[in-house]
Design a protein around this ligand. Sequence first.
Ligand code: AR6
Length: 175
Amino acid sequence: MVKVEIVRGNIASQPDIDAVVNAANTRLMPGSGVAGAIHSAAGPGLAEECQALAPIAPGQAVITSGHRLPNRYVIHCLGPVYGVDEPSDQLLGDCYRNALMLADQHQLSSLAFPAISTGVFGYPVDQAADVAFAAIAAMVPTLRSVQRIRLVLFSAPDYAVFEAALNRSGLASTD
Ligand code: AR6
C-alpha cells in the first residue's frame, strides 16, 4: 500500500524522508527556489557531485547523495519551462515517473517532491497538480519499495490546489 500525502513546508526540511526531489536546472547547479534551498542545506559537496552528471534534459532525473541534508539522497529533475519545452505535460509527468523509478531502483521507501516547474518555469499550479497525481497514480502499481510519496507545497494557496487535485485523483488515503 503506497501512501500519497501533501504537506505545507520546505523541501529541505523533510528529515523523515529517504530522498528529496530537486527542481533542478539543466546544469544541476544551485539556483533560486527549491534548488537554492536544497543546495544551501546540502553544502558545496552536492554541486561538486552534480558536475559529473550534468547537463540533463527536461523530464530526466538523476540521483546523488544528500550530503548535509537530513536525507540519504537527492533526486534531481529538470521540469519543462512552460510554453517552451513541449509537450510540457508529458515532460512534467516524466519527472515524476523517472524520479519514482530511480527511488524504487535504489530501494528507497519514501520520496518527497516539490511542485516541479511551478516557480521560475511558470507551469500553472492547477495543471501541474493534475499532471503530478496522474503520473504518480500510474506508477503506484509498479512500485516495489517506495511506500510513501509526499508533495511539499511552499504556500497555502498551492497547498489548497494540490489538496483538491489529490482528492480528485483517487490517491488520497482514507486514514
Ligand atoms: N520548498 C518547497 N517548495 C519551494 C521551496 C522550498 N524551499 N522554494 C520554492 N518552492 P522553483 P521550477 C516552490 O522555481 O519552477 C531554479 O532557479 C515554489 O513556490 O524552485 O522547476 C532552478 O535552478 C514553486 O511553487 O522550480 C531552475 O533554473 C515550486 O517550489 C528553475 O528555478 C517550484 O519553484 C526551476 O524552476
